[in-house]
Design a protein around this ligand. Sequence first.
Ligand SMILES: Cc1cc2nc3c(=O)[nH]c(=O)nc-3n(C[C@H](O)[C@H](O)[C@H](O)COP(=O)(O)O)c2cc1C
Length: 184
Amino acid sequence: MMTARIDSLALIETSCWRELQQAAQQTDHGWRTMVLATVEDGVAQARSVVLREVLADSRELVFYTDARSAKVAQMQAQPVGTLLCWSKDLGWQLRLRVTLQVQTSGLNVSSRWARLKLTPAAQDYLSPLPPGTPVAERYEPERATRDHFAVVMARVLAVDWLELHADGHRRARFDGDGAQWLQP
Ligand SMILES: Cc1cc2nc3c(=O)[nH]c(=O)nc-3n(C[C@H](O)[C@H](O)[C@H](O)COP(=O)(O)O)c2cc1C
């Protein structure tokens, strides 16, 4: 838990973006793993994703995925979603309303793949079968011929911040209309 409580909405919003930037760097930050919720035929879909980069100036969060995954088709059909994260250390939950853009080619993708392909994590994007394909019990994957790396850019439209605290919970919304305290 934080020792001193920030009581200005502007400072809280700045702190959220600073913590998001730290979360993209620190593997043990509670916000490093987020839940990405998307929509498919009117049904909510959700899964964990790792926060890779934060572009605070353009209010964008960057994720990596397999271009053949179900979430990519969902984002292409309906490019809106919600990102959810919770940090026990901060006592802070964020619910981020986002627009979602999937990129499978171009400099944004090639520059990141150039770095990633030298690491063991590259295997995540080299499977010859799309994620979610049913496989036999002892399936031995063949060598991949190409990668299916995709970059997801999530632009934050609105932030719903919730602080759990022994002295009283607090909640605020930050969006295009400004900042507003809310009843938790
Ligand atoms: C801790 C954790 C982190 C994950 N990070 C990612 C990620 O960064 N990108 C990704 O595509 N899948 C990630 N996954 C796997 C997804 O949660 C999901 O199982 C997979 O992408 C298939 O989702 P879909 O069928 O909705 O596309 C992660 C799973 C866990 C448990």
